[in-house]
Design a protein around this ligand. Structure first.
Ligand SMILES: [Zn+2]
Length: 151
């Protein structure tokens, strides 16, 4: 799958199913977290293509990162929660520099990366949102037909 739009559609579709099941069957996710959920749902299916220099994806992700930083700063002003700023900074930073030191569909396109990405979310936003991030990231591998690419 080479269009970021298709990755986003597939990702949001599967994330929606995942959220519905976890919400209704296991009482996961709080309505308070809706902003995080929306941002993670949009960012996660796209983030793996930060290793892609040529397409619009790097630029799109860079912009998404900047938007996340902006929303994060507003949120920080009211709640003193800094996590979104950090996630946005990481996204923009990696989007700018990753293409120069990893190859496209290399290590960033892997289950390992999903775990690292989920781990970063876990440290800042907790387990449930981390699993959502992991699932969202993995939908990208599904879209690229890299079902079992561990590394
Ligand atoms: Zn890809």
């Amino acid at each position: 799958m080479n269009s970021w739009r298709n990755h986003l559609k597939l990702g949001i579709f599967l994330e929606f199913i995942f959220i519905s099941i976890m919400f209704f069957r296991f009482s996961w996710f709080q309505l308070n977290d809706i902003l995080y959920i929306v941002i993670i749902c949009i960012l996660s299916p796209l983030i793996m293509d930060i290793d892609h220099n040529q397409s619009k994806l790097g630029k799109t992700l860079n912009k998404l990162g900047l938007i996340t930083i902006t929303i994060g700063l507003v949120l920080y002003y009211y709640t003193e929660v800094l996590y979104l700023v950090i996630i946005g900074l990481l996204t923009s930073y990696i989007a700018l520099f990753a293409p120069s030191f990893v190859k496209h569909r290399g290590i960033i396109h892997s289950i390992f990366f999903c775990v690292v990405y989920g781990g970063i979310i876990y440290l800042s936003l907790g387990f449930e949102l981390a699993v959502l991030g992991f699932v969202g990231g993995y939908t990208h591998l599904l879209g690229d037909k890299l079902f079992f690419k561990v590394l």
